[in-house]
Ligand binder design. Structure first.
Ligand code: EMZ
Length: 386
């Protein structure tokens, strides 16, 4: 198996029962595995709720013990959810603007030039984390130097090397955001904090707590997910020089390639919901107040929907993947993430002749009956100039 292969651990359970189970901190989760069932559950936000009372419970592993601030709009349901999205969507669509893309391209070129100059880099820490952090300054519209602080936090804001959920680490982020909100109140600027503080929802100014909820999501939701997407894509092209050459020859395949890599890697394995009434999912009874999750990673390998589901088909044409979720809660950061991958691939194609994986340590998620490779803890890659 090549180093950039990401196996599908869900196949057998998906084919035989359509469902998996996970005992997450004594709050079990029924994982929905098939593409059709996943979409059905995501669509039904009334029965499968995001905005329940217990903040952090829809995340798997559950974050109820490490935070009491509601992430917005992720942990809110309609009708309020609609108002939050209407406020946030235009801001999070800015990556489509030309000026944004020019600045993003400058950031990514710098990271790639640095890798080429050094020759060999540890991609997670020296490449993807740096790239993700610097790109986030664009999304927030704040000074570039701020990225240095975030880089010093490491790849995950809630996890540390030995603890899946690290409350002390989470507090670093919460305190940081509090300070930034206070700064933006004292001196309004052009950034996301100030935009939010000046905004109203249904005729009322956003509270500090609401602004904090949006900011925590912006930091947490797009961190290890983007880092894994970037790292895994680089690893894939290192292992598959023929694909890098194909994109060089046929740049019109860029968007197909991006969607396909996102499908294949599915950086976010699953997302939970709280069940509001006794019901059933794919023939299995589920009780009110219990949890289900929609396993995007499994749905994205469903052979009933994707031919050659376990291969990266760089020119795949029809690709209804759910890597960015599905339905009203679809990923707010998807435009930014897609733009990062687009500029990354474009720049690799322009500057990098080939890459070589020297050594790596896989990052395996433990999901009780399933073990899923989601990325790398570290991966050393040699970059060769075109
Ligand atoms: C939450 C989640 C959002 C959660 C779209 O995903 O991402 C996870 O990485 C965070 O831990 O808090 O933001």
């Amino acid at each position: 198996m090549s180093k950039s292969t990401f196996p599908d651990p869900f196949k057998e359970a998906r084919d035989s029962k359509g469902i998996g189970t996970m005992n997450d901190q004594d709050d079990p989760v029924k994982m929905v595995l098939g593409h059709k069932d996943v979409r059905k559950c995501a669509h039904n936000w009334k029965t499968f709720q995001s905005g329940g009372e217990e903040v952090g419970r829809i995340v798997v592993p559950s974050e109820v013990h490490i935070r009491d601030i509601r992430q917005i709009p992720f942990e809110v349901d309609p009708p309020l959810h609609v108002s939050y999205r209407a406020l946030l969507d235009p801001w999070f669509k800015r990556p489509l603007e030309n000026d944004y893309q020019i600045r993003l391209s400058k950031i990514i070129n710098e990271v790639i030039d640095n890798a080429l100059a050094k020759g060999t880099v540890e991609v997670v820490g020296e490449f993807s984390l740096v790239l993700q952090s610097r790109a986030l300054t664009l999304l927030l519209n704040i000074p570039y130097e701020e990225a240095n602080t975030w880089i010093s936090w490491g790849t995950h804001v809630f996890r540390s090397e030995h603890t899946a959920l690290d409350a002390n680490k989470a507090n670093i982020l919460y305190d940081y955001i509090d300070r930034q909100i206070d700064k933006a109140i004292a001196t309004p600027a052009e950034g996301l904090y100030s935009m939010l503080l000046a905004s109203e929802i249904d005729g009322k100014k956003l509270t500090k707590e609401e602004v904090k909820g949006v900011m925590i999501l912006t930091f947490a939701g797009g961190r290890d997910t983007v880092i894994n997407a970037v790292t895994n894509s680089v690893a894939y092209f290192a292992d598959h020089p023929e694909s890098l050459n194909r994109l060089r020859a046929e740049p019109e395949l860029m968007n197909n390639a991006i969607e396909e890599l996102v499908r294949y890697f599915s950086p976010l394995t699953q997302m939970g919901r709280v069940v509001t009434e006794d019901t059933e999912v794919c023939g299995h009874a589920v009780k009110a107040q219990s949890r289900i999750s929609m396993c995007w990673a499994s749905a994205n390998r469903d052979e009933r929907v994707f031919e050659s589901a376990n291969e990266v088909v760089i020119d795949r044409e029809v690709n209804p993947h759910v890597a960015f979720g599905f339905g009203i809660h679809n990923c707010l950061g998807a435009t930014h993430a897609r733009q990062i991958l687009k500029v990354l691939l474009t720049t690799l194609v322009q500057k990098v002749g080939s890459m070589e994986i020297l050594e790596c340590k896989e990052n395996i998620e433990e999901l009780d009956e399933f073990k899923r490779k989601v990325g790398f803890d570290s991966i050393k890659i040699k970059f060769n100039k075109l």
